[in-house]
Design a protein around this ligand. Structure first.
Ligand code: ADP
Length: 436
């Protein structure tokens, strides 16, 4: 498919793009994360990895669509908001491009090097960031049956961006890529091999961009290279997953064929006896789609206590709410089980890293998850744990054999780094590196 060129809003004069200056090497990357009804974007300057602007278009296709654009250059400015129907992804991206152009950061700029797309499912084929060709796009389409909620939205975002800048490299960075190093023993389900292979049923894992970034940053925090350390990464956001990373390579992760497996999440059940699904069908008369919605959207913390925001749950616990307290205990129990299991998988653990909304902010979750694990060499220092900071930091006491850390994730930066590294490959002076 060759997208028809379409106009992009012209940039206002750029502060670092004077007419007399020599042409600047392209150094900006636009990162796009397209969901079914939303698009998140960030524009980064890869010379110093600074953020130039970020934005979110939500409720695409509804009357109540909203775009919030935040300029981040020169000390930043107040976010700008647009409300009113934005019909589709094409309109959403054009509106974002207009906002960027108003800041002198238009997508027509020669300073833009590439667009990096978060793509949720790359199957077994994609173990590294990949420049998107027609053939690559077809392969991402072929994976729709294993990622029906995510890949179609990602494809729409890619097509829209291609139409906007057909001349520009577009790069797919896959959520599954970091996990393709998992050994077969961890990646295979114990089901009939022919059936599994015919339908590509295996454990793929997700949040890979975050697990890659956080495991590397954790090694940095310890003053080591990724090859030297074994890390358990706990990505605890609304979606949540754990991974065991040995010497920089993922050897086990908690999400599987889909993001439903593993930890208790905001609205997903995580691990469950598969027979529960037959039971719901046979006894409760529920359809496959209804069970899907139940387990993905109405379970986890929200199913257990009606709330999925950890701040609200903690407040309810402080007020003596027993339902919230039990939901918290179930969440922590599962987390602890995974820490123990991954300790066994790794054999030696150098660090446990907490990340994402809950992992970075909820000190009581970190404290409870590590409590009682002294035999595994793990402990949390209460005063270090109570520090709030956007920086990677240790929260374990000096005597502990295993470092426990809080390492803020940055999926957009990782996507931008991987995208820029790929499009700059061959340039010996490239200031960036890539894991893949
Ligand atoms: P996702 O990217 O999966 O949507 P995030 O990583 O942004 O999720 O995490 C969102 C979750 O983080 C919220 O649902 C909430 O439970 C939790 N969270 C955010 N801030 C705090 C906080 N200050 N204290 C406790 N939990 C928090």
């Amino acid at each position: 498919m060759t997208p028809a060129p379409s106009s992009v809003p012209p940039s206002a004069p750029s502060p670092d793009h004077e007419s007399t200056a020599a042409p600047v090497e392209p150094h900006r990357v636009l990162v796009l994360n397209s969901g079914s009804s939303s698009v998140k974007y960030q524009l980064l300057d890869m010379r110093d990895r600074s953020r130039l602007a970020s934005g979110l278009v939500e409720r695409i296709g509804e009357e109540t669509s909203r775009l919030v654009h935040t300029p981040l250059t020169g000390g930043g400015a107040e976010p700008r908001e647009r409300t009113g129907r934005i019909a589709d992804h094409d309109e959403a991206l054009k509106a974002a491009a207009e906002e960027l152009a108003a800041d002198g950061l238009g997508l027509d700029s020669p300073e833009l090097a590439a667009i990096g797309h978060r793509v949720v499912h790359g199957g077994l084929r994609f173990s590294a960031p990949t420049v998107i060709t027609d053939e690559v796009l077809k392969e991402i389409e072929r994976l729709v049956p294993v990622a029906p909620l995510h890949n179609p939205a990602n494809i729409t975002g890619i097509r829209t961006a291609q139409a906007l800048r057909p001349d520009l490299p577009q790069v797919a960075v896959f959520d599954t890529a970091f996990h393709t190093t998992m050994p077969e023993a961890a990646a295979r389900y114990a089901i009939d091999v022919e059936t599994a292979d015919a339908h590509r049923i295996r454990r793929y894992g997700f949040h890979g961009t975050s697990h890659a970034y956080v495991s590397r940053k954790t090694a940095e925090l310890l003053g080591k290279t990724p090859e030297e350390v074994n890390v358990i990464v706990l990505h605890l956001g609304n979606g949540a997953s754990a991974s065991a990373v040995a010497g920089g390579r993922c050897v086990e992760t908690s999400m599987g064929l889909t993001p439903l497996e593993g930890l208790v999440m905001g609205t997903r059940s995580g691990d469950i006896d598969p027979a529960v699904t037959f039971h719901l069908k046979r006894v409760a008369g529920m359809s496959a789609d209804e069970i899907d919605v139940l387990l993905n959207k109405k379970s986890g913390l929200v199913g257990l206590c009606g709330d999925n925001d950890m701040r609200v749950i903690r407040r309810r616990i402080d007020e003596g709410d027993e339902q919230a307290s039990l939901a918290f205990d179930i969440y922590i129990h599962r987390l602890k089980k995974y820490i123990g299991a991954y300790t066994a998988v790794l054999g030696r653990v150098d660090a446990v890293a907490f990340t994402a909304g809950v992992g970075e902010n909820a000190a009581p979750v970190r404290e409870a998850a590590i409590a009682g694990l002294e035999e595994l060499g793990m402990a949390v220092d209460a005063s270090l744990n109570s520090v709030r900071s956007p920086q990677p930091r240790l929260i374990s006491p000096e005597y502990a054999r295993v470092a426990v850390a809080v390492v803020p994730t940055d999926e957009e930066l990782e996507i931008a780094e991987q995208t820029f590294a790929l499009v700059s490959r061959g340039n010996a002076d490239s200031p960036v590196h890539s894991d893949n």
